[in-house]
Design a protein around this ligand. Structure first.
Ligand SMILES: Cc1ncc(COP(=O)(O)O)c(C=O)c1O
Length: 425
């Protein structure tokens, strides 16, 4: 991780000794490096804006708080929201509604109406019922909307966990264009306020190479050609979703974002030339790429006991701050923050929830642990905070953001009173 550095025996994050952060804010604690987030965004912009036809939408499901929404606003990129809650926070962060792309596979009449009333004008449509609903609402409100139709990608052989793959026949996301193509495109002319812009596809997450994206382009262009030949419609935009992988473990070798996007853009260009349509606009929705490598979670070791094959170290959190391990066996590297260059031994790191799946790292290699040690889980910026939960009525942790050497709390720790603040008897 770029944000980590050693000062003698003390690990620093974004130039601040981690033990100082622990003293000040306690654990468990999320710590984000704003400068690293900004540098990821500017790396993306440099690659994307070298093309004149690209738009970046940050996939807010990866990490969203008011502070993050403001970073996105100041960076002037777009944002994708997949629920009214994400939309609400984006708007509270003063993001221009015109830069918001509204996703979701089950938007309600209230969701869509709220979004339109707030000024959102672009939707990714997941299914035909939603298409009909959006048409009815846009007719009632007499508001013009742009839409992309999300298609179920038929790309197989994606090298990622099955629970974060969306590119398969049984995916719940999108329309099966091999079955419903004509229903969609015979209906669209009846929707006078809906402007169909093109297709959306998201093949999966944490992809280390662009093989699946390239295959998805082939699939999309079959539909794009059919649309041109049968309905005389030329698409204006393709949205390729997210999925750009990052390095969680030493063994992970992600493609650079430039190499990933360059060959993707090249393929789109050639495919458009082949079927003789103008080069479409291309949008992407990176989440993990922007925030994944920009945060750590800090935990305190509470107990160490004999175990087989390794001693078991329990931390003061676990699946409550980081559900990714239980959800899809995500792998993490952990580091001890105040002892370096010591003989390492293997530990199993477990959480404190009453769930056997709360096993965070099967085999972590760490210097000899003591009760009270602080451990950092690395690359914990994408989807960990978004999945934080109150299982066992555990308090949700605080989130600290560091910008230019200054730390601030961007989300306070929950209190026990918060746990009953919505209750009644
Ligand atoms: C539709 C869509 N777009 C974008 C993303 C972001 O993916 P990633 O964080 O892998 O870039 C996701 C993640 O699940 C998604 O479902």
């Amino acid at each position: 991780m770029n944000s980590l550095s050693w000062d003698n025996q003390h690990l620093k994050f974004a130039q601040i000794p981690i033990l100082d952060l622990v003293k000040k804010y306690q654990t468990p604690l999320f710590v984000y490096d704003q400068d690293e987030i900004l540098s990821r965004i500017s790396e993306l912009k440099n690659v994307c804006y070298a093309y004149e036809n690209m738009t970046i939408y940050y996939a807010s499901k990866a990490f969203l708080t008011l502070a993050m929404a403001q970073i996105i606003k100041d960076s002037e990129i777009g944002i994708d929201v997949a629920s009214r809650g994400e939309l609400f926070i984006a708007l509270k962060g003063h993001i221009d509604p015109i830069k918001i792309l509204y996703h979701g596979n089950n938007k309600s009449i209230e969701d869509i109406t709220y979004a339109i009333n707030q000024g959102v004008r672009k939707f990714v449509v997941d299914n035909i019922d939603e298409l009909i609903l959006i048409k009815d609402i846009s007719d009632d409100l007499a508001v013009d909307l742009s839409i992309l139709m999300r298609v179920i990608s038929k790309v197989s052989g994606i090298n990622t966990h099955k629970n974060i793959t969306t590119g398969h026949h049984r995916s719940k996301f999108g329309i099966d264009m091999d079955l419903d193509f004509d229903r969609v495109f015979t209906f669209l002319p009846t929707a006078k306020h809906i402007h169909f812009k093109g297709f959306h596809v998201h093949v999966g997450s944490q992809l280390l190479s662009n093989e699946s994206h390239l295959k998805a382009i082939d699939q999309l262009f079959v539909y794009i050609k059919k649309l041109k030949d049968m309905y005389d419609i030329t698409i204006e935009e393709i949205n390729m979703g997210g999925g750009f992988g990052i390095k969680y473990l030493e063994t992970d070798q992600p493609m650079t974002i430039k190499a990933f996007l360059d060959s993707m853009m090249q393929k789109i260009k050639i495919s458009a030339q082949t079927i003789q349509i103008p080069l479409p606009h291309v949008s992407i929705e990176p989440g993990r790429f922007i925030v994944g490598g920009t945060a750590i979670i800090l935990y305190t070791v509470g107990s160490i006991k004999q175990g087989s094959p390794y001693p078991i170290a329990a931390i003061n959190g676990g699946m409550t701050e980081n559900l990714r391990v239980a959800l899809y066996q995500a792998n993490y590297q952990a580091m001890l923050v105040d002892r370096k260059n010591q003989m390492e031994q293997s530990y199993t790191i477990v959480g404190q929830a009453c769930e056997s799946t709360d096993l965070m790292i099967e085999q972590a290699k760490l210097p000899k642990l003591q009760k009270g040690d602080t451990i950092a889980f690395l690359n914990a910026g994408a989807y960990e905070h978004s999945l934080v939960n109150n299982f066992n009525k555990t308090l949700k942790p605080a989130v600290v953001m560091i910008h230019q050497g200054i730390d601030r709390v961007i989300q306070r720790r929950e209190t026990y009173e918060d746990l009953i603040s919505r209750d009644d008897v």
